[in-house]
Write a protein that binds this ligand. Structure first.
Ligand code: HEC
Length: 134
């Protein structure tokens, strides 16, 4: 009697645990770049805000003179940049510094002009957006 009651319960507990564990691992991966929020719903809206903000910030700058979303102009397309760098905190920080200080050598000899007036956090928002372009 006891067994027939507990068997299905323990099976479904195991399945639940497996389902939760898998979900959390996946979430942790997705969150590696944003790292602050916990709830999946809040996470999604954060990402939407972040990309929107980065795009807006770039619209106020000269980026479009040299960069397009999918075509190479003077600089690499955002799609190429996103393909080269996974969106993680190190890449976001490095690329943000590069936007501010300028530089060359990763894509060719043509240098990117420095943008000394952009704050580090704004530059990071721009990179977060660029790295979502697929
Ligand atoms: C004068 C042209 C020019 C402008 C303006 C410009 N870029 Fe670039 N950008 C380049 C070139 C050229 C490269 C490739 C540099 C290299 O080979 O390392 C580049 C590279 C990049 C990279 C990749 C850096 C790397 O190390 O791989 C990012 C990210 C980037 N630009 C973002 C921006 C953003 C954001 C803006 C606007 C604030 C901007 N760029 C404005 C020309 C430009």
């Amino acid at each position: 009697m006891k067994k027939s009651i507990w068997m299905p319960v323990s099976i479904s507990v195991v399945m639940l645990m497996a389902a939760c564990g898998g979900g959390e691992e996946k979430k942790a991966e997705e969150k590696a770049s944003t790292a602050e929020t916990t709830a999946p719903a809040a996470d999604n809206s954060m990402v939407a805000d972040v990309t929107g903000k980065g795009k807006e910030l770039m619209a106020a700058q000269d980026c479009a003179t040299c960069h397009k979303e999918t075509e190479k102009v003077i600089g690499p397309s955002f799609k190429e940049i996103a393909a080269k760098y996974p969106s993680n905190p190190e890449n976001i920080a490095t690329l943000a510094d590069k936007i501010i200080s300028g530089g060359s050598g990763n894509w060719g000899e043509i240098p990117m002009a420095p943008h000394a007036g952009i704050s580090k956090s704004d530059a990071e928002e721009m990179v977060k957006y660029i790295l979502t372009v697929k």
